[in-house]
Design a protein around this ligand. Sequence first.
Ligand SMILES: O=C(O)CCC(=O)C(=O)O
Length: 357
Amino acid sequence: MDVNEEVTRYFPAAQIDAIPDDLSKPRHILNTVSAQQRRENRERCVVATEIWNAADSDVGRRAILDAYKAREDANQGAIGILEMFLGGSFNRLPLTEIEYAMDQLGLNDEDNGVLSDAEKEALDRDGYVNLGPLLDAGQLHAMRDRYDAAIEEQGANAENKEKQGIGRVVDTVVKPMNRDGLLDPVFMHPRLLAVVRYVLGVHLKYIGSNYHCTMPGYGHQGIHADFIWGVRGEPQVVNAVWMIDEFTEENGATRVVPGSHRSGLHPTADIVNGAPRDLNAPVDGEVKITGSAGSCIVYNAHLWHGGTQNCTNKLRRAQHAFFSRSHRPSSTDVPAVIDKALYERLGRVERAVLDIE
Ligand SMILES: O=C(O)CCC(=O)C(=O)O
């Protein structure tokens, strides 16, 4: 299949040397995980979900976990991850810093007026909201140039292995590529932070970001959630997908299962007709979220979702920004990876959102 130079520049990063002729033939990213690994992930997820949802506080969960550990058949993987989450507070800054930042952003008060009632209802009911276009044409043009250059420089780095068909750069917003602040809206846009605050409360923090470009003929992911187990009740994480290109029905728009964030179930642990869920299969009720370039989808990250296949011959560029409650472990060690010059540019509000001194 003939594609333009914009696409071929991504080949080394996406670990491909051509675009497939049949763009719609499924090439599921999940198929690289072995059957044995999937079984172990499932067993760990079942146990962790059960223990987490058996209480509505960490004190209660700790007691249940301690009793479970005495069992001979205890699942050590589940114990390990729960121990980490229940092992104390992972805040780096005093909570007064994020409270100060939320105050400066006008988000301290629950009734801050930044989100409409319809947007809040969508978050409660469906688990996601499309905030619409928040970036203008000039920003998008500059961002695409920045991402395309970063893909050539860093896309083939080791952390992107096993992501065939995806052009990926991790930690974008804290890397030198954001020294001038071009990517600051990705984690600091007030409308985005208003959603994070609505779902998680004031004590929130950034825990990771990555650029995720789906190549023509690739991109379908198994249905998943961005937490290791199923959570009923208080959500722990929120994720955002920024559409750097328009998302359409054909080019790999994100699929979501509205309302699945309320189920307390995780797709990895879910049984369908007596068998473990086929994570690559369509899920009843799933929808694709389409929108114009510059739009931002924000979701309760316990929502079941996944990337879909890009059946066009163009790139589908997206930027993700991930947040959690501030006392939980972070998926990125921000102090270790942040660029020093970028760090010096940041003010107290941005540092509070990143939870760094
Ligand atoms: O970019 C997308 O459409 C969603 C990607 C996603 O869910 C993931 O990488 O975990």
